[in-house]
Structures are given as structure tokens and as C-alpha cells.
Design a protein around this ligand. Structure first.
Ligand code: PLP
Length: 392
């Protein structure tokens, strides 16, 4: 839906969606086909082969594009991929050997692995900097081809100034890509702040039901979208139609879910900040957050991701997490169900203890992905688990 005047909640349901033309089906069919019949030799409807085109996938792409471009007057585009990592790879495939990339240092572990263990071997140079603290003019030198950032970051939820970084990236002719998985377009639209493209792991909030792995890149640059389509068709990292359909179904309730994630998280932040066994609490929109001003300037809210320090050693922290009942111990995030994990021994275990300490990830750091259950049950669960951990 290009330059639509509809509001975000309406776009989440209708953006790029129209009933299927043959039958009028309101829910888009799953086009489970690899190829399309041609009416004569080289006479086709625009659909030849499913690596290149699939109508179910196109519906998902149109929906995500309309949400990420909701503030823009120009049209937006999106390409869908088999995972968030595949979406991240698609951007790297646009680079040439010898190109320089500046990346945030507190990025998703799988992105760090992809950069340092896969694309660095193909001659791309990655420099990692703390984009939430360093002046963009110092962090992004002349000659940079790509700037890669996440904000808020994982697990410490550090916030970096997208507009300031976009201005510097544009000054040196670099492309700025923002991984918007944590904030979602409900709360943050990097394209309207000057980013060239947005990447999502749709596995997380966009699908929101912990039952699909997927990714997407959105952009308002038609040429960039076309190059991404060429790369995807060449590399072959597209999602299947069922996964697209499930993700599209999940996406329709994204604004509703994010409101509840946020309301639950804010209540939990208040409760945690008042708890005597809890140290620092990390939540971008909390008054205690060091970059709360930037957060409030560029985000209209935040969802269900909270990290906090339990005033405890690793053994007690493990007992606490294992005593939870409503919160499930699991990696990943962004689903309707609440999850809990200990970054030091789970999502960030591949970092050395020194590297974790340098980044600020304590042994007692707990990461919550707050779901959309009743908040009283969530608070009661954490309360009894803290009691159980400290009385043992
Ligand atoms: C999960 C995640 C990814 C990777 O996505 P997959 O769908 O797991 O490949 C990238 N960035 C962020 C912020 C993530 O949380």
C-alpha cells in the first residue's frame, strides 16, 4: 500500500492485501507449487518458477513493506528470506572483496558469526564499534561501504541514535542497515530516520508465535530492492509458502501483541526495580536507562525485552531460572509466551568470560522475553522463583 493514508493498525491487516482474484478468498491461498503452466512457448503470467516468484510470499512482502514505510510518502519494498540470517546474508552479498563494514559491537551472536566466520573469509573487512557511545564521525571513516547496527541491542538493550548514524553514513556514501527485530515497526521505523534498509528476523515479533523461522529486508530504494531480488534468485535463500502464510497471519496482530508485550514489560520493570534482590534493570523506555532520551526520540515505545541483574552468583541465578513455571527456559524471543534465559551460559556462552565482562554481561544477568499472558501471573512466577532460589 503505497503512500497510503491508513493508520498503522489498518495497514497491518490490509497493507498490500487484496482478496485473491480468482475466488475472492479473503485469506491468501498457500501457493504450494514450484512452477507455473505457460499458455504457449515463453508465454506466462509473470510467474515462471517459484524460486523467483510466489504469490503467498509477495503478500507477506507487501505487508512488511507497508509497515516499515508507514511514515514515508514514497513506495517501500520488501524481500523475504528463509531466516533472519539469510536476510542479513543477502545484504552482505551486495558487497565486494575489499569493502569495509562498520558494525555495532553488541549485535546478535549469529550475525557476528556470519560476519567474522563467513563473509570476512571472502575479503570483506568488519570493524566492530559501540555505536551507542562513539561519535558517528569517529566510528564511521571515509571509505566505509556498509554500516550495520542493531538498536536496542541484545542483551543489554543499548540504544544508538539512528538519525545521527544515518547522517554520517550518507556523508561518506555508506549504506546504513538497521536490524529492527527488537523494536519492530510498531515502535521504530528506521527508514523514516534515514536508514537505507531494515532487516528483521521475522522469527521473533513479526510472526510472534514461535513456530516459524524467517527473515525480511525492507527498503524505499527500488534499485536496492531489485539488486536484493537478483541476489535472492541467484542464491536461493527464499522462504517456503507455508512459512510466509504463517508469518503473514502472525503479522496481522502485531500492533495488538506489541501493546500487551509493552504493558506487561513496563509493569515488570517497575516490580523488578523495587525488588531488593534485583540490581540494575535494562529497559530502553525506563527513566533509569542511560540512553532514554535517544530512545524516546526515535521510538514510540518498546516491547517485551527486559534484562536485569540478579544480586546473585551463577548457581543462584540458575536455581532462579529453573524455578520459574510460567516463564519457559529458552533462547529466542518475541513470541506470545514468556521466555527466560541466562545470557552468560546460554545465548552468549560462545563469548569468552573476559569478552562478556568487557561488554557488561554479568553471570547474574537474566534476559526476559515477556509474553502476553496476565501480568499478575508473570510477577507471581518471578516472585516465587526468586524466593526458591535464595532460600535453597
Ligand atoms: C534471531 C535474530 C537474528 C537472526 O534471525 P534468525 O531468524 O534466527 O536467522 C538476527 N537479529 C536479531 C536481533 C535476532 O534476534
Amino acid at each position: 500500500m503505497k503512500g497510503s493514508s491508513h493508520r498503522f493498525e489498518t495497514l497491518a491487516i490490509h497493507g498490500g492485501q487484496s482478496p485473491e482474484p480468482t475466488t475472492g478468498a479473503v485469506s491468501p491461498p498457500v501457493f504450494q507449487t514450484s512452477t507455473y503452466a505457460q499458455s504457449g512457448v515463453a508465454k506466462h503470467s509473470g510467474y515462471e518458477y517459484a524460486r523467483t516468484h510466489n504469490p503467498t510470499r509477495e503478500k507477506l512482502e507487501a505487508a512488511v513493506a507497508s509497515l516499515e514505510g508507514a511514515d514515508l510518502s514514497e513506495p517501500t519494498f520488501a524481500t523475504a528470506y528463509a531466516s533472519g540470517c539469510a536476510a542479513t546474508s543477502a545484504i552482505q552479498h551486495l558487497l565486494d572483496a575489499g569493502d569495509r563494514v562498520v558494525s555495532g559491537d553488541d549485535i546478535y551472536g549469529g550475525t557476528w558469526r556470519l560476519f567474522t566466520k563467513v563473509f570476512a573469509r571472502q575479503g570483506i573487512r568488519y570493524d566492530f564499534v559501540d555505536l551507542s557511545h562513539v561519535d558517528p564521525a569517529d566510528a564511521i571513516p571515509e571509505g566505509t561501504r556498509l554500516v550495520w547496527m542493531e538498536t536496542p541491542t541484545n542483551p543489554l538493550l543499548k540504544v544508538a541514535d539512528i538519525a545521527a548514524i544515518a547522517a554520517r553514513a550518507r556523508q561518506v556514501g555508506a549504506m546504513l542497515v538497521v536490524d529492527n527485530t527488537f523494536a519492530t515497526p510498531v515502535f521504530q521505523r528506521p527508514l523514516s530516520l534515514g536508514a537505507h534498509a531494515v532487516v528483521h528476523s521475522t522469527t521473533k515479533y513479526i510472526n510472534g508465535h514461535a513456530d516459524v523461522v524467517g527473515g525480511v529486508v525492507a527498503t524505499a530504494d527500488a534499485g536496492l530492492d531489485e539488486r536484493l531480488r537478483f541476489v535472492r534468485n541467484s542464491v536461493g535463500n527464499q522462504p517456503g509458502p507455508w512459512d510466509c502464510w504463517l508469518t503473514l497471519r502472525g503479522l496481522k496482530t502485531l500492533p495488538l501483541r506489541m501493546e500487551r508485550h509493552q504493558a506487561n514489560a513496563r509493569a515488570l520493570v517497575d516490580w523488578l526495580e523495587a525488588h531488593p534482590r534485583v540490581g540494575r534493570v535494562f529497559y530502553p523506555m525506563a527513566d533509569s536507562h542511560p540512553q532514554v532520551e535517544v530512545a524516546r526520540r526515535q521510538m514510540s515505545g518498546f516491547g517485551g525485552m527486559i534484562s536485569f541483574e540478579l544480586d546473585a552468583d551463577l548457581d543462584t541465578s540458575v536455581r532462579f531460572v529453573e524455578a520459574c513455571g510460567v516463564f519457559t527456559i529458552a533462547e529466542s524471543l518475541g513470541g506470545v509466551e514468556s521466555l527466560i534465559e541466562l545470557p552468560a551460559v546460554m545465548t552468549h556462552a560462545s563469548m569468552t568470560p573476559e569478552a562478556r565482562r568487557a561488554t557488561g554481561i554479568a553471570d547474574g544477568l537474566v534476559r526476559l522475553s515477556v509474553g502476553i499472558e496476565h501480568v499478575d501471573d508473570l510477577i507471581a512466577d518471578l516472585d516465587q522463583a526468586i524466593g526458591a532460589a535464595f532460600s535453597a
